[in-house]
Design a protein around this ligand. Sequence first.
Ligand code: NAP
Length: 320
Amino acid sequence: MRAIRVSEFGGPDVLKVQEAPDPVPDSGQVLVRVKAAGVNPVDTYIRAGVYARKPNLPYTPGTDAAGIVEAVGPNVKRVKPGDRVYTNGSITGVYSELALCEESRVHPLPPKTSFAQGSALGVPYGTAYRALFQRGHAQAGETVLVHGASGGVGVACVQFARAAGLTVIGTGGSEKGRALVAEQGAHHVVDHRAADYEKQIMSIVEGRGVNLVMEMLANVNLAKDLTMLAPGGRVVVIGNRGSIEINPREAMAREAAILGLILFAATDAELASIHAAIVAGLETGTLRPVVGRELPLAEAPQAHQLVMESGAYGKIVLVP
Ligand code: NAP
């Protein structure tokens, strides 16, 4: 099979297409023929060698794919060869023609969801569900600020929150990104690069503050987020790329909470709940992953550059 292999940590050019032996599924394992592989920012941190978890070299990147079950090992019960599936984790990596997965990491892909959309689910929709409901305890009737709503996780947050009865304020840094956020169901859309964007948000909520913030860039925004919270508000820190000074009094005065999130910390029971919600949302049509760009597998280096640039528009996907 053809796969992207990384033999040393470094810049995007360490992502090389190579031939590798086809994996053979063992007990409880599923071999997936990958039709699309989602590119997540975390894939770039791991490739650069700056992430807390470092794989043994050489390795094939990626956790989120969609495709068709090629073969199953003994004792696999939930899927069979020929089934359409998406993955949220893989033993051998998914930037590849074939990916070996534990059975628990493979989920049914409803017929109306394309393979490219299916590769946009594992990390983005898993993170969005965990942020809103498992960490943020979102309730219908509350107001959520999706701070960075134009990318993979943000679009998923907007769709989940809208379907759950929250009032959704989404932000984007480009006109195209903001148009996308509006199309996904946000009630209000704001430019997070505007000098007065907090004023705009406070005016939307008539000074009451927001109940929840889904924060994609905490090192830039956390101090301001705290000032925009309603009493009892919660900020879920999803993305962060540095440090920031905050005034704890802003949290104190509102009895607010700053909640960290790391998807890898989700338990098996939490993951089962997350994927039940994702599959149900795909089936009912409340979840509609947005694929902004599809690139051939060999262009993984370009995909890793693009995913770190501003002007997000849904997901970047690799096609083997
Ligand atoms: P993405 O598709 O690249 O999207 C990035 C988003 O951040 C875009 O909406 C972008 O908007 C926005 N952004 C850029 N500058 C911003 C600013 N100043 N204020 C607010 N938002 C800003 O990435 P993603 O997959 O959605 O992931 C988002 C972040 O969450 C990444 O840092 C990722 O590593 C992290 N993440 C963490 C976990 C976890 O387990 N904790 C899981 C998944 C993702 P514009 O481009 O329109 O400006």
